[in-house]
Design a protein around this ligand. Structure first.
Ligand code: C2E
Ligand code: SIN
Ligand code: SIN
Ligand code: FE
Ligand code: FE
Length: 398
């Protein structure tokens, strides 16, 4: 590759990262792409991003391109990556086997032959090493100073992403937990499996949102806010909510108010997620053709978030059991929703439901499995099977 061409390639790489950041790509995707590009541009055989596990005093491979082992763990201070993490200085090694810092045992175990190594630290805002960015075995010769420069720039970018994502995640997680607990309170009265419904409809909402072309983070916000759609049901009397039969018109009028109650409870919140949840609460029973409630809004006057969540909610409500109805098959639920595209539902969202059905069913299975496991774990926690009272082993019939 000519030098000019190489420079151009590097410049366009940086521009592409800029765009990915603007598009709010997820951290894993971003790091994966950076590593892939680095590997190509530096003609390296392997590329890995190690992160520091401060708790265990280890480095682990968040990204490991070109390796068979999925996750590699090495103590801080050991090997080249461990050295870089401990000292915070970059290393460029021409012959790994001649370098005493190199941990040969890894190669011995895996049968790989490391020759050249370039490793730079991923430094956080306070200068502390968050991890190590490492490339191995350049196709020809050894890594140059320019290679090192590029790796340093990309390491700086990667470190910023990692730090922001981590801060952001903690905040989101605590929001999520609060929101999720509020949502459980609202719905536990009218469904035996509220937790499942909320988890499933929340996952479906996220999938539909991405299918509607929203960014990853916008879709995540919708996923987190969606479980609050029915929070207003806390204000609906049990005589209505738990009625194991069809509601009278008067009862249904009362029931309809759960949308505005929910919106009021969540309105003007400081949290962006709660404000989003308020929009969803008020809009999730509006119909595309303007015949829904509470305000009979039509088409795009209904928020996109609500149009997405309503499809997720009804799909899951139909395909699950309720106090007042049995569960429908997936086919019947999809058919029902498809027939109402353009009437009850935004036709674009319905098209995404149909297109993404395999992914949605996968998420559904996953959440159903997960709840069974969670319940088993919590049972085990509350009623541990002690060694003494455990039944004697039965001999298996052969
Ligand atoms: P939900 O049980 O969470 O149901 C949400 C939405 O899913 C319903 O909104 C409706 O659009 C759809 N859906 C659920 N089950 C069925 C069904 O068997 N057939 C049809 N065609 N659609 C279904 P909707 O109708 O506005 O109801 C809002 C909420 O009012 C329901 O939330 C539920 O809590 C309550 N509700 C509605 N109908 C009855 C009923 O006959 N008996 C009782 N006890 N509650 C009802
Ligand atoms: C929770 O733990 O209550 C909500 C967070 C989650 O498990 O997704
Ligand atoms: C849930 O855990 O179901 C709530 C939101 C989510 O993580 O999908
Ligand atoms: Fe509702
Ligand atoms: Fe619901």
């Amino acid at each position: 590759m000519g030098r000019r061409q190489e420079l151009e390639q590097r410049q366009s790489l940086l521009a592409r990262f800029g765009r990915m950041v603007a598009a709010e790509t997820s951290l894993d995707t971003l790091l994966g792409i950076i590593a892939e590009e680095v590997r190509n541009i530096l003609s390296a055989d392997r590329c890995s991003v190690f992160l520091v596990d401060f708790y265990k005093g280890e480095l682990w491979t968040k990204i490991a391109l070109g390796m068979e082992e999925k996750v590699l763990r090495i103590p801080i201070g050991q090997g080249i990556a461990g050295f870089v993490a401990r000292t915070g200085s970059a290393v460029n090694i021409r012959d790994a086997y001649k370098d005493t810092r190199f941990a040969q045992d890894l190669d011995r175990i895996t049968g790989y032959q490391t020759r050249t190594v370039l490793a730079v630290p991923l430094r956080g805002r306070d200068g502390k090493a968050l991890g190590v960015f490492e490339v191995l075995n350049k196709a020809k010769g050894s890594f140059t100073e320019e290679d090192e420069g590029l790796l340093r720039i990309l390491a700086t970018m990667a470190a910023t992403f990692i730090e922001n994502a981590t801060l952001y995640d903690d905040l989101r997680r605590s929001h999520l937990e609060t929101i999720y607990r509020m949502a459980l309170v609202a719905e536990y009265r009218d469904q035996e499996d509220t937790g499942r419904h909320l988890r499933r409809m929340s996952r479906f909402s996220g999938i539909l949102a991405q299918g509607m072309g929203l960014s990853f983070l916008e879709a995540e916000d919708i996923r987190y806010a969606a479980p609050l759609h029915d929070i207003g049901k806390v204000a609906i009397p049990d005589s209505i909510l738990r009625k194991p039969a069809k509601l009278t018109p008067e009862e249904f009028e009362e029931m309809k108010k759960h949308t505005v109650y929910g919106a009021k409870m969540l309105a003007n919140a400081e949290s962006r997620l709660l404000r989003l949840a308020s929009k969803i609460a008020v809009g999730h029973h509006e119909f595309w053709d303007g015949t829904g409630y509470p305000y009979a809004l039509k088409g795009e006057a209904i928020s996109l978030e609500a149009r997405i969540v309503t499809v997720a909610d009804v799909f899951d409500a139909l395909s699950s059991k309720r106090v007042y109805k049995g569960e429908w098959t997936v086919e019947d639920a999809v058919k029902y929703i498809s027939e109402r595209a353009g009437k009850q539902f935004d036709p674009k969202v319905v098209a995404v439901l149909v297109e993404k059905l395999p992914e949605i069913l996968e998420a559904r299975d996953e959440e159903n499995r997960r709840m069974v496991e969670d319940e088993a774990a919590s049972l085990q926690q509350h009623f541990p099977v002690s060694q003494a009272s455990a039944p004697p082993p039965t001999s298996k019939p052969s």
